[in-house]
Write a protein that binds this ligand. Sequence first.
Ligand SMILES: O=C(O)C(=O)C[C@]1(C(=O)O)C=C[C@@H](O)C=C1
Length: 279
Amino acid sequence: MKVAYLGPRGSFCSVVAEYAFPTDKRCAYDSIIEVIEAYEQACCDFALIPIENSTEGSVTMSIDKLFHDSKADVVGEFTLPISQNLLGHASEQPLELIYSHPQALAQTRNYLRAHYPYAQVQVMPSTSAAAEFVQQHPERPIAAVANYQAAEMFDLEILAENIQDSAQNTTRFWLLGKDKQRFDLPVQGQKVSLALTLPHNLPGALHKAISVFAWRDIDMTKIESRPLKTQLGQYFFVIDVVNNKENRSKISFAIEELVTLGVQVRVLGDYLVYAVDEV
Ligand SMILES: O=C(O)C(=O)C[C@]1(C(=O)O)C=C[C@@H](O)C=C1
């Protein structure tokens, strides 16, 4: 079995991939887009993508690519507490540039502004790609925001640890695949995720759409709009609801009601949520 993930090794995605698929073939790709494309082109059986962080919100590249260019199903979710660190080379020179994934830079924004107000930040495709880049340029006054595993892997000094602005910093990752798998990890719950496209000519369309969950007492854990990429002001909505014994049949009836309202419904997945330990 093959699982594609955002690499190189040492990324948070690779940490989750190693926990979930310790004995399977794990293939690192350079971007989230390439991970999803690898899955679409059947180069792997599963694809692991970051979807949302508690500080910075949705990983919009993942949601948009999944909605617009892929039919993949979500077959699992992993939540990982995220601890960020500043990695570099021991040097007296003040840091001029700090590299990382945009999500990691956003999660450490206050810390970096307070401690390195004169350093510029530079976006990289992943935290581990940033660490690798810093390793390759020992002569430059640069650093990366990444995890402990990346520090070890790329032989970098930890200049500052636990620099995330929120102590509860956590990221959700989705596993795309055909078959549901059971993982040897603690289960936190079960959810159904939907992507809804509302009819344009229905007044109160969003209100009507979400009321199908409200009056059935189905707990919604997320709602987010993203551009349909057609014209300004047109969106699709990603909605997550809790799936449990009481909700199971109610969710199918809610979906039927949405269709009756003229809402286009894509079931992104019905999946278990697993907890992964901090790195
Ligand atoms: O760059 C990484 O290490 C990733 O796995 C990506 C990613 C993300 O896109 O959210 C994953 C977890 C952290 O929130 C920061 C970055």
